[in-house]
Design a protein around this ligand. Sequence first.
Ligand SMILES: O=C(O)c1ccccc1N[C@@H]1O[C@H](COP(=O)(O)O)[C@@H](O)[C@H]1O
Length: 214
Amino acid sequence: MRPGSVVPMWVKVCGLSEASDVAAAVDAGVDAIGFVFAPGSPRTVEPERVAALLAGVPESVLTVGVFRRQSVEEVSRIAGAAGVQAVQLHGDEPPEAFQELQAMGWRTLRATSAVHYASENAAERAAYAEELLLLDAPDPGAGKTFDTIALVANPPTRTWILAGGLTPENVQGLVAELRPWGVDVSSGVESSRGVKSPELIRSFVHAARTARAV
Ligand SMILES: O=C(O)c1ccccc1N[C@@H]1O[C@H](COP(=O)(O)O)[C@@H](O)[C@H]1O
């Protein structure tokens, strides 16, 4: 990278379940794609289906399984069957869950609400050994933005990923305000709840890639 040039934004598109959407995300140049294994979501997908979807995905794209309030054993079993590289836990699971999953060889993302993160002290944050931190709205996957006051007042001192109601239209403004290292989207690239739009995926990745975070 040339001096003075800007590091491009890390971009993840989540909640995929169709081959055409996986192809749109990969072709648009995403850094990561996610698959929801948490029960009760309109995006929940079977691990065997994900294994088939991953067949043509380059190794350089981080593949992530999304979980919520599931045991370490279940997370590892499902992620293994799907063949994803990393697991993203959304249920405020304790630090021990991350340690156990890492000991099993999983790369880990901790997803928590920005409000919850703001309430943690330095020791509580340090207890987590997560590789990546994702700060989200209180209701994950609902496509809602959140009040950014706590984050602006007390920004994370480590790299972090912004999620929660991002869209092709709002991502650049939120990146300028909050200066995350990366962004993650699900609802904002859907034509209806749970149904991804390849066109919106392309628009989002383009807008996010050119957002200036650093
Ligand atoms: O997408 C879901 O249904 C979901 C279910 C359980 C946990 C997380 C879920 N989604 C994650 O939520 C964020 C933000 O999503 P959105 O853009 O606001 O819809 C993202 O990390 C999704 O993977």
